[in-house]
Design a protein around this ligand. Structure first.
Ligand SMILES: *Cc1c(COP(=O)(O)O)cnc(C)c1O
Length: 355
């Protein structure tokens, strides 16, 4: 039996979107391939509210995070972390010999504008990384407030991880001044895993031109130059199957209407978060609770493995906590094409199982 997924990626993919993955192949150097890539770019630009170049990578989101920090850090990166995925930026930096400093928040607390300001004011950094939506702690940072501070440092390249939020909440890339905004397909966009997407600003391009060793496959400047010169084609063979599915799913997203989609996510989040507060407690500070997933503090010390096993028998899957929060929290994702009714149904089933 297929379990209905309420885990924070991969998410369930609608059958008609999955079917697009089975579209017959075309040559990746053909006019049709250019057209497909242009079509995706135009739609992604709309969904990301940006005029910047859209770039695809046949990797998961981590691939573009690695490419971004390596390709665009000239001096030193300031990595702001609110959990496991924030810390991943730091690991990517050290693994690539990119000088970086890690600024961690207390679990459940956001990255504060004051802290970012204090770090950037030292003049030591020329790239900053922010996790928009931290999937371990269920925390969504206040991007607008952070962007306001980062804007005061024009030499700093602003890279933001929106892997688990883009497509589920409004992220206005150009208004925020994000230079590299990264997401991947298997979360709020509602596609199978295996493709990552980013926007790449002129400032990011100029920064990368000053970096000598940018790697090869994940060299974002070579991707950018190739797309520009070869009419949206890629240096190596991209996952055309994902691209067919993405192009179609973006049509579906615009059919629903981005604003409607964002409100649906907010409505699902409000339902789960109200339920969580009545039955347990929220893990993140309430104003920063994510719109795409909820991390719940296991205040009743239930056995989460057992709960998930019994949910599985009834055809549902949720997630335990991430890393050292494994037994202390559990997570319910409400993203992509999940509906308000499905969320209500899940909460009822959980209640019927809980002691
Ligand atoms: C899932 C996730 C990642 C990692 O993305 P992959 O596509 O699995 O590489 C990074 N950041 C956040 C916030 C995530 O939720």
């Amino acid at each position: 039996m297929h379990k209905k997924l309420f885990i924070p990626g991969p998410v369930d993919v609608l059958p008609e979107v999955l079917e697009r993955m089975a579209t017959p192949m075309i040559g990746h150097r053909s006019k049709e391939a250019s057209a497909l890539q242009r079509s995706i770019s135009e739609k992604m630009m709309k969904l990301m509210y940006t005029q910047n170049q859209i770039m695809l990578s046949t990797t998961s989101g981590t691939g573009l995070m690695e490419g971004a920090i390596r390709s665009c850090t000239r001096k030193r990166a300031a990595v702001f972390s609110v959990g496991a995925f924030g810390k991943r930026w730091y690991e990517l930096a050290t693994g690539n010999q990119v000088p970086a400093d890690l600024f961690e928040s207390e679990p459940g607390h956001p990255t504060t504008p004051e802290r970012v300001d204090a770090a950037l004011a030292t003049g030591k950094y020329d790239l900053v990384t922010i996790t928009h939506n931290e999937t371990s702690t269920g925390l969504m940072n206040a991007a607008v407030d952070l962007a306001e501070v980062i804007r005061r440092y024009p030499e700093v390249v602003f890279a933001m991880d929106t892997v688990s939020s883009l497509g589920g909440t409004k992220i206005e890339v150009d208004a925020l001044g994000v230079d590299i905004c990264i997401t991947s397909t298997q979360k709020a966009l509602g596609l199978p895993p295996g493709l990552a997407i980013c926007s790449f600003s002129e400032k990011a391009v100029a920064a990368a031109r000053q970096v000598e060793h940018r790697g090869y496959y994940l060299d974002l400047l070579s991707l950018y130059d190739y797309i520009q010169k070869k009419d949206h084609q890629y240096p190596s063979t991209p996952s055309l199957s994902h691209m067919y599915a993405l192009d179609y799913q973006l049509d579906r997203i615009f059919e629903e209407g981005p604003e409607n989609r964002f409100s649906r996510h907010k409505e699902m989040a409000d339902l789960v978060q109200t339920w969580a507060e009545e039955n347990f407690a929220l893990f993140p500070q309430k104003p920063f609770a994510s719109h795409t997933l909820t991390t719940i503090r296991n205040t009743r010390e239930i056995n989460i493995g057992d709960l998930n096993k019994r949910l599985g028998e009834k055809g549902y899957a949720i997630s335990n906590g991430y890393g050292n929060l494994k037994e202390k929290t559990f997570r319910i994702a409400h993203m992509a094409d999940r509906t308000v009714d499905e969320v209500k149904e899940l909460l009822q089933v959980i209640e019927s199982i809980l002691p």
